[in-house]
Design a protein around this ligand. Structure first.
Ligand SMILES: NC(=O)NCCC[C@H](N)C(=O)O
Length: 411
């Protein structure tokens, strides 16, 4: 039987993927909360859902099995039984700021009274104060949070299933994410891996779990080949987390021998490596020109296992050469977002013009709004499947961000 997670490249034919259909969480907040929740606007939910269904249909039309996070999470909790559900709820409440106390009990009673699926959807969507017939009398609630509408914040970024966990070989990393707005998300993935019948007890390797203080997110983790990973040193992924996962991959029986750490600007528009760089064919990549300095300069460190058990680092500044060496290629095609025009590149990168999802070598799913980048991809011989993007793009992520590949064919 094939492993329920098997990803040895960014481009092998995609067989199984996990998505999250946007739900009430993407509109259940105020403009004031947007920066903290990592959104630039509030999507119009019915259209966002239509667009997401269009994305899922495009994948299904190309023989991809689509699984949904919200469904897997509920199935995992039901399969685990009442104790697992209670432990999950305690952990979720603890991570939402209610480790103990009256509100812990009130919220636990409220959420436990629902069916498992409704409970999962409610936790994802957020719990507003006016839903409960309860007025907290503690000082924090009275003096500091009186006007705040939520007991539990919504998790609007869940439709970016790429980030809380990342499939790597026959295993995954379950990530400790950078900002509080996203940190609870990976608890769903941990629960699925531990208790869902499709994933539990299948010998999956958790190369790095979520119980860390150093930060890593799936948008920075790219599987270039069965031996080579690229990981962004970014706003969201720290160098020490990269060293940690590299050490685990090298010593715990993975096929990976090289991790290329690529340093990208630390800002909101380019929060992950996959917002500026993706692999789309054996020898083709998208790259946002904004990450390259004069003469194409960019800092990379190729990490390997040294003889002394320490990690060995090779510093370079020529991305093309580094990739050619690591992937044993004579040449490769770095395709600039927006065709390289600085204004168009910045505009289309902002709406995830570099964030392509390869579903087979040379076949990519992209947002339709990035029409210049899409035309350039076609000019370079790619097959481009465009999906609707007006509302989904308001969350600052594209097709790669919105998908967690679980199984790809080897290439
Ligand atoms: N892999 C990705 O680049 N994901 C996009 C995440 C966007 C989300 N609003 C965030 O800031 O985390």
């Amino acid at each position: 039987m094939t492993s329920p997670i098997h990803v040895t490249s960014e481009i092998g034919k995609l067989n199984v993927v996990m998505l999250k259909r946007p739900g009430v969480e993407v509109e259940n907040f105020t403009p004031e909360m947007m920066p903290r929740l990592l959104f630039d606007d509030i999507p119009y939910l019915p259209i966002a859902q239509k667009e997401h269904d269009n994305f899922a249909d495009t994948l299904r039309d190309n023989e991809v099995e689509v699984l949904y996070l919200e469904k897997l999470a509920a199935e995992a909790l039901d399969a685990g039984g009442p104790e697992v559900k209670a432990t999950f709820l305690n952990q979720m409440l603890t991570e939402s700021g209610y480790a103990a106390g009256v509100l812990h009990g009130v919220l636990k009673d409220y959420l436990s009274s629902m069916s498992t699926q409704d409970m999962v959807v409610k936790i994802m969507g957020g719990v507003r104060k006016n839903e409960l017939d309860f007025i907290p009398r503690d000082l924090v609630s009275a003096a500091e949070e009186q006007d705040y509408p939520f007991f539990m914040d919504p998790m609007p970024n869940l439709y970016f299933t790429r980030d809380p966990a990342a499939s790597i070989g026959d295993g995954l990393s379950i990530n400790h994410m950078t900002f509080p707005a996203r940190q609870r998300e990976s608890l769903f993935m941990e629960t699925i891996i531990e208790h869902h019948p499709r994933f539990a007890n299948q010998g999956l390797n958790v190369w790095r779990d979520r119980h860390h203080t150093t930060r890593i997110e799936g948008g920075d983790e790219l599987v270039l080949s069965p031996q080579v990973l690229a990981i962004g040193v970014s706003e969201r992924t720290s160098a020490n987390a990269i060293e940690d996962i590299a050490q685990n991959l090298f010593t715990k029986g993975s096929t990976f021998e090289k991790v290329i750490a690529i340093k990208i600007p630390h800002n909101h528009a380019m929060m992950h490596l996959d917002t500026v760089f993706t692999m789309i064919n054996h020898d083709q990549f998208t790259v946002h020109p904004g990450i390259l300095g004069e003469g194409g300069y960019i800092d990379t460190w190729t990490i390997t296992q040294g003889n002394d058990g320490e990690l060995h680092l090779q510093h370079d500044t020529d991305l093309k050469q580094v990739l050619k060496n690591a992937l044993n290629l004579d040449d490769l095609d770095l395709i600039p977002t927006g065709g390289g025009d600085p204004l168009i590149a910045d505009r289309e990168q902002w709406n995830d013009g570099s964030n392509t999802l390869a579903i087979a070598p040379g076949v990519v799913v992209t947002y339709n709004r990035n029409y210049v980048s899409n035309r350039v991809l076609r000019e370079h011989g790619l097959k481009v499947l465009e999906v609707l993007s007006s509302e989904l793009s308001r969350g600052r992520g594209g097709p790669r961000c919105m998908s967690m590949p679980l199984v790809r064919e080897d290439i």
